[in-house]
Design a protein around this ligand. Structure first.
Ligand code: FE2
Length: 354
């Protein structure tokens, strides 16, 4: 890029100093005049230990949230964050609130007592399609954080795409279908196993999904049913203690209240192309809010557009990526060998300066 500075927002410029700079990597894009994503890195010899780093995050929490709104995602490279505790510390210091992981589809392991999980541990040879985190629940997280503990040997990056760009492309592919989804929203259909199924990308059990710890089978179902009732989910129990669910209607397109930008805030493409396992047929995993079928061809064309618009920065150990979940979709490439990416989420947070 000729001069990255012209693609930085006011807030992101405030983050730059004689200690921290914005990097210009070849794969970066410009979306609506802003660099996507913003890549921050300490200058030579600066912020060389975790304590200094944490102090920097403590001093810039609010500005970082503004920069997230302006750029959609911030990628941090070269900060001295060595492991799960340091990663958690950075998020804590920047004052992101805590949020339990309830209602997601992916199998995960808990890493720290409070807020760090492993990223989706679904099988390495399968890609995870683009999605907003937990787009299928009523209150999805405002932010998703990733940290690279062990860099993948081959593949395994976490591509991102700006959701407003996806919306623009989706609308251009088929305006009528776009308008329909804007009006009626979508519903998701998923069959959940009784126990976590690590061979499936949507193998999270209903017990884990609804955080049911009761041993007693009747009591366990009662708790799950209560949570589904609250969420407006329709359900029926299947053989083998599996659970067939249809979510309440949720919006497919959302307008980000801070930027007034329309976003492709749904899991329609992800569900239609990726929710496949022995229990689930992906072509039936999403339907329109009026229960009519979706236009699969448009969704497939939108998936292609996402590929064209995506940015994939190969992970290096210690890298961290903060995603504004309202504005950015993420995915995962298949990989081989070891890989350990940690994840955390936080709720939407009001900005003090509009
Ligand atoms: Fe995700």
């Amino acid at each position: 890029m000729s001069d990255i500075n012209q693609y930085l927002s006011e807030a992101s410029r405030e983050l730059l100093s004689d200690r921290v700079e914005a990097l210009d990597l070849e794969m970066l894009r410009v979306v609506d005049g802003a660099i996507f994503p913003l890549v921050l890195s300490p200058r030579e010899g600066e912020l060389t230990d975790p304590t200094e780093c944490h102090a920097w995050f403590a001093a810039h929490g609010e500005t970082l949230r503004e920069a997230l709104r302006d750029h959609g995602t911030i990628f941090f490279r070269g900060f001295s964050l060595r492991g799960a505790e340091d990663f958690e510390g950075a998020i804590d210091q920047a004052q992101f609130k805590e949020m339990p992981y309830v209602g997601g589809a992916a199998p995960r392991a808990v890493v720290t007592a409070r807020r760090i999980l492993t990223a989706n541990e679904s099988p390495p040879d399968q890609p995870i399609p683009f999605h907003h985190e937990m787009a299928q629940v009523p209150n999805p997280p405002g932010y998703v954080f990733f940290y690279c503990e062990i860099a993948p040997e081959e593949g395994g990056s976490t591509p991102i795409v700006h959701s407003h760009r996806v919306y623009q492309r989706f609308r251009a592919i088929n305006e009528d279908f776009c308008q329909k989804l804007e009006e009626v929203g979508v519903r998701y259909v998923r069959v959940m196993p009784s126990e976590d199924d690590p061979t499936s990308p949507i193998g999270r059990s209903w017990r884990a999904t609804f955080q049911v710890s009761a041993e007693d089978a009747v009591e366990a179902r009662r708790i799950a049913e209560q949570k589904m009732k609250e969420a407006g989910t329709e359900w029926r129990w299947l053989e083998g203690d599996e659970l067939h669910t249809i979510t309440a209607t949720v919006p497919a397109i959302r307008v980000d209240p801070r930027t007034q930008k329309s976003t492709f805030f749904n899991s329609a493409v992800a569900a239609y192309t990726g929710w496949a396992d022995q229990r689930n047929d992906p072509t039936r995993a999403v339907r329109c809010g009026d229960d009519s079928p979706v236009d699969g061809e448009v969704l497939l064309a939108t998936a292609e557009a996402m590929k064209e618009e995506r940015v994939a920065i190969p992970w290096r150990e210690g890298d961290m990526m903060w995603i504004d979940n309202q504005l950015t979709m993420h995915s995962r490439q298949p990989y081989r060998g070891a890989r350990r990416i940690l994840a955390a989420i936080a709720p939407q947070q009001e900005l003090n300066r509009a």
